[in-house]
Write a protein that binds this ligand. Structure first.
Ligand SMILES: [Zn+2]
Length: 482
């Protein structure tokens, strides 16, 4: 899929360099199913070690896997959201390798025939949609969890002993593989945040990095601008923090560019990122698919999603976050629209807009005074009346915002508490503040008008929050320019 013609985000090209970044992601999300991928063990984060196991997920001889139908549905739902081709037939395959957290000696995954084929996710920006190609999305089972005890690093090397918790073994894991279409750490993070929001809203996964239900492998290489094809890439494994993903990409780009410019060999390898030193160290040379000796899983028949199921899932698709950001951006701009959708404050704004508040004011209130709190739906109407009154004291407004998330309110409780806008009353307070802050007055008269906000704040304090800020603003400007 060629991406060369799409509009670029202006920041992607800074600093101007002879090198172009080539970044692709492999995103892994634990599916939000009740039970594991191939057995009936319940999934419970934080359950006591090795209490969610059975002969199937412990690979006892003769135990046979049974596919979790809900996991198939969730994978198809995400595939539809990403506009993926949905093949008529999908096949599970064995990926063979040994590790103590993999009791079967192979992982059941998908190889040549995944559930979801090529698609894309478009990131809405002021410069147009940044389209990121999806190679595929497939379903597999997660490995168990190994805990290395003793030693300084928490890794197997230097540990006194290692323990395995098989509760996680067999958790349904969705893997989404992108084209190497991302051109900066910033763009990779924009993509990842939008993909995560999409996954969460569809109910596919909780996708919480701190709990390990969302993990990411990052493939990074560089090439000279205009160069065709790709140079060897570094695969940075198991990243579980947005901050570290951004830093690891930057570190890989730095180290690779330095190596190429010094004429050193940049091999294809797996890397670990050390946040303490902000550097990458080679882990092992990268396995190729051939090394895993994939073959179709003989214990499972191919999955052929019924057309009716796909149609039902298509009909159930909600309006996706990317589409809502574009819709809101006409009024809010892309940055605020993205912030509103991604921070979880959107639901409050939707309630307020439904009661007649304009989107811009609703977004401001939701992302500031109501941030992180849930407006009781029956309070939307009285709160809109309070906000639109326009002449209430700051105290009254704050009291209304606080109460609206806690108990049923009526607008009348707050509408009587109007702000003082009488100039004769406010004049002395304004004069007192100006007299007490000669430094700021001088700064303002020197051309730095930003200091006005500070002076307004001082007058508000002087009047115990009862002054009308618009009148205070005007009085201050009049006196400062005379
Ligand atoms: Zn089990």
């Amino acid at each position: 899929m060629s991406r060369s013609s799409r509009p670029r985000h202006p920041l992607d090209d800074t600093p101007v360099s002879a090198w172009e970044s080539v970044i692709g992601l492999e995103v892994h999300a634990h599916l939000k199913t009740r039970t594991k991928m191939f057995c009936r063990c319940e999934l419970e984060y934080g359950a006591a070690e090795n209490t969610r196991t059975c002969p199937i997920c412990l690979a006892h001889p003769g135990a046979l896997p049974v596919v979790n139908a809900r996991a198939i549905e969730l994978t198809l739902a995400l595939g539809l959201a990403l506009g993926c081709e949905l093949p008529a037939r999908a096949v599970f395959a064995r990926k063979n390798y040994f590790y103590p957290d993999l009791p079967k000696g192979y992982q059941i995954s998908q190889y040549e025939e995944p559930l979801c084929g090529a698609g894309e996710l478009a990131i809405p920006t002021a410069q147009g949609r940044e389209r990121v190609g999806i190679v595929r999305a497939h379903l597999e089972e997660d490995a168990a969890k190994t805990v290395h005890a003793g030693g300084a690093t928490g890794r197997s090397v230097g540990a006194d002993y290692s323990l395995v918790d098989f509760n996680r073994g067999g958790t349904p894991l969705l893997e989404i593989v992108t084209e190497p279409d991302l051109r900066s750490a910033e763009e990779a993070l924009r993509f990842l945040r939008l993909l995560r929001q999409t996954i969460v809203e569809l109910g596919v996964s909780d996708a919480e990095m701190e709990k390990g239900t969302l993990r990411c492998d990052v493939n990074v290489s560089v090439r000279e601008r205009g160069e065709e094809g790709y140079r060897p890439r570094w695969e940075i494994k198991n990243m579980n923090s947005f901050t570290f993903i951004g830093r690891a990409i930057e570190a890989a780009l730095r180290q690779q560019i330095a190596a190429h410019e010094a004429g050193e060999d940049v091999g294809q390898s797996t890397y670990d990122y050390d946040p303490d030193t902000d550097t990458l160290t080679a882990h092992r040379s990268k396995e190729e698919a051939d090394d895993y000796r994939y073959f179709p899983e003989p214990d499972l028949v191919p999955v052929e999603p019924p057309a009716k199921l796909v149609e039902r899932l298509r009909a159930e698709q909600p309006e996706l976050p990317g589409a809502r950001i574009e819709r809101y951006a006409a009024e809010l701009g892309f940055e605020r629209a993205g912030e509103l959708v991604m921070t979880g404050n959107e639901a409050n704004a939707v309630l307020l807009v439904a009661q007649g508040l304009d989107l811009d004011a609703a977004a401001t209130v939701s992302m500031n005074q109501l941030a992180g709190r849930t407006l009781l739906s029956e309070n939307a109407r009285p709160l809109v009346e309070v906000v639109q009154a326009g002449n209430l004291t700051r105290e009254a407004l704050n009291a209304a915002f606080d109460a609206s998330t806690e108990r049923p309110i009526s607008a009348d409780e707050f509408l009587g508490q109007t702000a003082v806008s009488d100039e004769a009353t406010l004049g002395p307070a304004v004069d007192a503040v100006l007299a007490a802050n000669p430094q700021q007055v001088e700064t303002y008269r020197g051309g730095k008008e930003g200091v006005l906000g500070f002076l307004v704040g001082q007058v508000m304090r002087e009047t115990q929050g009862k002054a009308d800020p618009a009148v205070v603003n005007r009085l201050l400007r009049e006196r400062l320019s005379s």
